[in-house]
Design a protein around this ligand. Structure first.
Ligand SMILES: O=C(CO)COP(=O)(O)O
Length: 256
């Protein structure tokens, strides 16, 4: 049975003070929920340390929104995975659509990051998803196949033990447009099939596939109740405890 993972991607938001206050509210409101579901917050790099302090021993995990694949060295402006391990981060979001489409990350770069992340023992959350024009042209599955093949090149079945896939249709991110539960389920089922073909039925069964794109308190339960939706990667609605806690609760409610 796959355990739900409810992850908050704060993107380039919050101040230190607001981020710490948010983390403390989550500890108050969701520490108990971590018995049933995995809860993860991914603040901007400068706030990792205060947020890690704020959630210490609560069961809530902290992750980064990106990392560089090289060992520490002369890479101005980058953050090494060793540094994230050193801090106590558990997870890294990789290949988010904003990094692909705004910062120009390619599947090849993302692939190096996935491999380096797993080699350091951290959880890799690999994001995939199609643009609106790709969906309209009925290319969704082809785009997902390409991003999965590129992002997971040379990633072994053993490494897959802590790889999470996040399906984030780009047209649903920050737009208020959510994939319908049927659209989400169809993409997730396709991704699971892909995993089965590329790896094994066991890998496909064990790998969590999160949905991301305008997840809110009022749609979380329907999305999470789809057979192949194993959690949520939440942007805007992860920035306020009052918005994020009900999404966590939806996961708890649906957990056996
Ligand atoms: O990109 C996302 C999470 O990584 C989704 O963002 P929103 O929830 O703001 O649409």
């Amino acid at each position: 049975m796959r355990r739900y993972l409810i992850a908050g991607n704060w993107k380039m938001n919050t101040t230190r003070q607001d981020g710490v206050a948010l983390a403390k509210s989550l500890v108050e409101g969701a520490a108990a929920a971590t018995k049933k579901v995995d809860v993860l917050v991914c603040p901007p790099f400068p706030y990792l340390i205060p947020v890690l302090d704020a959630v210490k021993d609560s069961g809530i995990a902290v992750g980064a929104q990106n990392a560089y694949f090289e060992a520490p060295g002369a890479f101005t402006g980058e953050v090494a995975l060793d540094m994230l391990v050193d801090l106590g981060c558990k997870s890294v979001i990789l290949g988010h659509s904003e990094r692909r489409h705004v910062l120009g990350e390619t599947d090849a770069i993302i692939n190096k990051k996935v491999i380096a992340t797993r080699k350091k023992g951290l959880q890799a959350i690999l994001c995939v998803g199609e643009l609106l024009e790709e969906r309209k042209a009925e290319k969704t599955e082809a785009v997902l196949d390409e991003q999965m093949a590129g992002g997971l090149k040379d990633v072994t079945a053993e490494m897959m033990a802590d790889v999470v896939i996040a399906y984030e249709p780009v047209w649903a991110i920050g737009t208020g447009l959510t994939a319908s539960p049927e659209q989400a389920e169809s993409a997730h089922a396709h991704l699971r099939k892909w995993l089965e073909t590329r790896y094994t039925p066991d890998v496909a069964k064990a790998t969590r596939i999160l949905y991301g794109g305008s997840v809110k308190a009022n749609n979380a339960e329907t999305l999470l109740s789809q057979a192949n939706v194993d959690g949520a990667l939440v942007g805007g609605a992860s920035l306020k405890a009052a918005d994020f806690l009900p999404i966590i609760e939806a996961g708890v409610k649906l957990s056996k």
